[in-house]
Every structure is written in C-alpha cells, then in structure tokens.
Design a protein around this ligand. Structure first.
Ligand SMILES: *Cc1c(COP(=O)(O)O)cnc(C)c1O
Length: 408
C-alpha cells in the first residue's frame, strides 16, 4: 500500500469530528478527550511520515508474512456448482488471524508516542494474542483485560498471552465477556492516561479508533484487490466477510468501496436463530437492536426498551459483541454494503465443509463468512467470482467444536 493510497483513503470518511454519516463520533468522559486528541494528532503525523510506513511495511513483510495469499477454493466451488470461490488467507498471517495487522500498526504508533504501557481488551483472545505478540516484538509492557467467561472458553489463547509476556486481567463484571473487558480497559485508560496507550482491537470506540483500525486493516483489501485481478482478470462480483466489531470486514471492504459492481456482504452471528434472540445480529433483529451509544461511539446496539445492553450469543467469541463498528452502520444505511446472518449451526457446517474440501480449518468467526459463500455461490454463474475473507484459522476453536460435535 502506498502512502498516496493511505492518504486518499483517510480523506474520505470519517469527517473531522469522527462521524460516518450519523454514526461514530466521541461519546466519552471529558477526562479522555485530551488523550483522544493526542492520539489523533500522533496518528496524523505518523501517516504523513514515510518512515512510519516503511517500518510498518517492513514488519508486515518480515514478521507477519504479508502479503497473505488468495487461494482458489476449487473443490468447494465445484461442489457448489456456481461462483468461483476465492479465499483471502488471513489465517496464514503470523498468530493466525488478521488482528496482528492492527496490533502492529498501533504498537508502532505507541512507540512513536513514547508510551510504554499498553492496555488492550480481548474477547476471543485473538486481539489479546495479537497485542501481546506485537508488544513482545516491540518491547512494551502489555496488560490485557478479558472477561472470565471468555478466559474459560479460550484457554489456549490465555496461555499464549502469558507466554508472550502479557498480563491477563480477569473481568468479573456484567456478562464477563468482551463488552465488560472494554469497559474495564477504558476505566484503566482514564486513570493512567498520560503513560498508557489503549490498543483497541476492532473498528469501534471513539474517534479516531474506527478510522485508525480500518486503515491498519485495509492492507487486507488492498492486497486482495490486486491479487484477485491477477488471478482472475476481474474484480470480485461479491466480497464476503464476517462482522464482529467489524475490523476484518472493513479492512476488506475499504479497497472495494468505489467498485460499484462489487457487492459487499457482511455476515453477523445469527447464534441460535434470530427468533431465539440468542444471537449478535445487530442489523438483522431491529426489535432488539437500534442506534445507540456503546463504548464511545454511536452505532447499532442491542438493547432493551430501557436502553440496557443485551447479552449476546454466538458459538464464536469474536462475533459475540452487542454493537458494531460505526462505518458498517453507515455503509448499510447507504446500501453500499449488505448484512446478513449465519447461525451457529450453519457456521459449524461450513467449518466442517472447508476442512474436508479445502484442507483448511477456519476460525468459527470466518466460518460464518464461508457459510454465506455456501448459500450464495450456487445462485451465481460459474464464471463469477466470490471473494471470502478468511479472517483466521480454527486451532483456537477446536475445544469448542469438540464439545459440540464430539471428539470421535
Ligand atoms: C476477532 C475476530 C473476528 C471478529 O472481529 P472483527 O473486528 O469483526 O474482524 C473475526 N475473525 C477472527 C479470526 C477473529 O479473531
């Protein structure tokens, strides 16, 4: 990615106040505003500095293993008998998911700002691992807030973070999952704002985070857009990505936003089905989800009539979040992107299909995107191209899958 493209990208949205249309902004205590201003200024200086880009590019190449490939899912495409399915292989990035892209970018920024204490939140544990990895590489202290429910269901990642030298701080409040971990991390930031850098893991939170995380993840789409054209001679007809907070999806979508013939499709966690209300489908279930404010930004939020945040459910911890990045809310309103759901069962079926037909064990999050590809491909012509962002690998999910499917 050239500096010129990064500059062109950020001159789009958000606006100067951090809004994507009517979504985004900064809804935080006064005490955090100076820290956000400092961060915004430091980020603007960093992306105007060719050395920052050179350093990031160097680490992406020599440490993360970028560019990650785009693979033709030949047997899966044949079995479905429609569109040719291609996979952007973020599962092959160091640490096994896209989150390292953002962690390295923000880590370099923290280093530039002279902040030596890094805090982060984690749900699936993947952002915690990404953060702990990047901080070990850069030599910065790392504290990761994690709900105790997530600690239990993501044991291997907890152990990884500790091995990487991070301190994992258990969060017992609320539903003891990601949203509570974010609350605690924000509380920590308010108290230690001068020395501490808050490394936010998805395209969420107060401005400038949604923009910054998108920019650091847009390497996914920038690479994929070139790769798919080289492989197929065309742009994809459809791009599919799963949407938790929305970082892998926005990282993929951003490069294609002006390609009017490329349909952008985000897949939310349908959990046990929309009717069950046990899901994390912020855009699909407008009975219990509407615009509101969570974690410093205005977007769709799953809430009851009194505005109490609802508990969500997904088989994949990374999609189990009651709000969604504000840029997605905007893209949806513009009808530039469309959002759909895959249930737990559909994701588990897609997980097994990808294992058997392509020799790839996907993250359960990514399996939601694969499930949508499995639904759509048969309805598309054989010479059409469907690009799926395979956001991560599934090794971290084996315990969950064994519990559900049985070990035999
Ligand atoms: C965290 C995670 C997600 C969901 O987060 P986004 O910010 O929506 O990308 C998806 N896939 C994997 C593998 C993850 O680790």
């Amino acid at each position: 990615m050239t500096e010129a493209t990064i500059r062109a990208d950020i001159s789009d949205l958000p606006d100067a106040r951090g809004y994507f249309g009517e979504f985004g902004g900064r809804f935080v205590p006064e005490t955090i505003i100076p820290a956000l201003d400092e961060l915004e200024a430091a980020y603007a200086a960093a992306i105007a500095d060719p050395e920052f880009h050179a350093e990031l590019r160097h680490l992406q190449r020599t440490y993360t293993g970028r560019p990650t490939p785009v693979s033709h899912a030949r047997r899966l495409s044949e079995a479905l008998g429609g569109a040719q399915i291609y996979l952007k292989r973020e599962d092959l990035a160091h640490t096994g998911a896209h989150k390292i892209n953002n962690a390295l970018g923000q880590g370099l920024l923290a280093q530039r700002m002279g902040k030596r204490r890094i805090i982060a939140e984690t749900g699936a544990g993947q952002h915690g691992v990404g953060a702990a990895t990047a901080m070990a590489l850069l030599g910065l202290a790392c504290h990761v807030y994690m709900g105790t429910v997530d600690i239990k269901r993501q044991q291997p990642n907890v152990f990884r973070m500790r091995l990487l030298g991070a301190q994992v701080i258990p969060v017992e409040s609320g539903s003891r999952t990601l949203k509570d971990a974010i609350n605690e991390a924000m509380r920590d930031w308010v108290t230690h704002v001068r020395t501490t850098f808050y490394l936010l893991g998805s395209a969420l939170g107060p401005h400038p985070y949604p923009m910054m995380v998108r920019d650091f993840q847009s390497v996914i789409g920038n690479e994929a857009r070139e790769q798919i054209q080289r492989l197929t001679g065309q742009l994809p007809d459809v791009c599919v990505a799963c949407v938790g907070g929305g970082s892998n999806a926005i990282g993929m979508f951003h490069a294609f936003r002006h390609d009017a013939n490329t349909e952008l499709v985000g897949v939310e966690a349908g959990g046990r089905g929309i009717a069950s209300q046990a899901h994390a489908a912020r855009f699909a279930d407008l009975d219990i989800s509407r615009p509101g404010i969570l974690h410093g930004t205005r977007s769709y939020v799953m809430q009851d009539a009194d505005g109490q945040i609802l508990e969500t459910h997904s088989v994949s911890a990374g999609l189990d979040y009651p709000s969604v990045g504000p840029e997605h809310a905007h893209l949806r309103q513009l009808e530039r992107a469309h959002y759909t759901v895959a249930t737990d069962d559909e994701a588990l079926a897609a997980f097994q299909t990808l294992c058997k037909l392509e020799g790839i064990i996907p993250a359960l999050e990514s399996a939601h995107a694969v499930a949508e590809a499995i639904k759509r491909a048969p309805t598309m012509p054989r010479d059409s191209v469907l690009l799926v962002n395979l956001s991560g690998r599934g090794d971290k999910d084996l315990d969950t899958v064994i519990d559900i499917l049985g070990g035999g």
